[in-house]
Unconditional design. Sequence first.
Length: 345
Amino acid sequence: MTSGRVLAIETSCDETAAAVVDGGRTVVSSVVSSQVDLHARYGGVVPELASRAHTELIVPVVTEALAGAGLDPQGRGERPVEAVAATVGPGLVGALLVGVSAAKALAMAWEVPFVGVNHLEGHLYASLLEDPDLEMPVAILLVSGGHTLLVSMEGPGRYEVVGRTRDDAAGEAFDKVARYLGLGYPGGPAIDRAARAGDPAAVALPRAWLEEGSLDFSFSGLKTAVVNHVRAHPEVATEDVAASFQRAVVDVLVAKALEAARRIGARGICLAGGVAANSELRERATAGGEAAGLRVFVPSRSMCTDNAAMIGAAGYFRLRGVGPSSLGTGAEPSLGMREPGATLG
């Protein structure tokens, strides 16, 4: 048996991904097959199309990940991995079922444990994969299409959610505003590109700070403000709207991340999730953190988006901290952040 080596599968949305991770901190191989082009014509992910694509891609993607790690895809001889991990939620139920079913089948065939992983928990480990010596505790700003969270993390398996969105996630707001402005899909990169040519002070947009002392977020009002402004001022430059909207989102994200770090006595701040690829967020978080005397970890853009390496890291530490998951574990499309020691399934 290969000690500490985990095969991980991620199919929560529109990326079919597989990776082999050693010891929870070393990426041996990682393969991601994106469906962005498939869904772009529809302006968003079509669940049925995503599930079908995962079904077609899962075997070649897993095979490539195993081969890239120098492992026998047929599993002949020594068991190729110590465990098989897969995202069980949150995500699209049909897409999740493809990955969960494949992972269970491999775990049974190789007679190794199956580990169900929370996709959100997986994002917390992206920083550890690229910087294994990261000093804890850290404040993690997890910003994606479906979630916006502030998490205090003291180490693998030891974390607490200290702030979350009350309505739209930041990434969801990016997608909706980009669609309204006719910038295309995915919205995050489209807004980022347009904003570079715009004036972030051109349009006065609100910042939802919420009640005093709150670390929660709200972006639905900002999205509505953009729509109302464009309707009232149709002559406004799209680039100016994009830049002003992006500045409003980043202002709140960075300010609350810095406040969270101060409250928990963090050594640093980590960005995570797809929106962490946003250029202004990366620049402002880095500058703000350094000014506050904090180390800021900004993951590579490939580690921001959905991938199986982060699922493999989370699966490794979950196996050691909680144990294997039941083979009766199903997909949980609405799964939220649970207590670190909670058993999935």
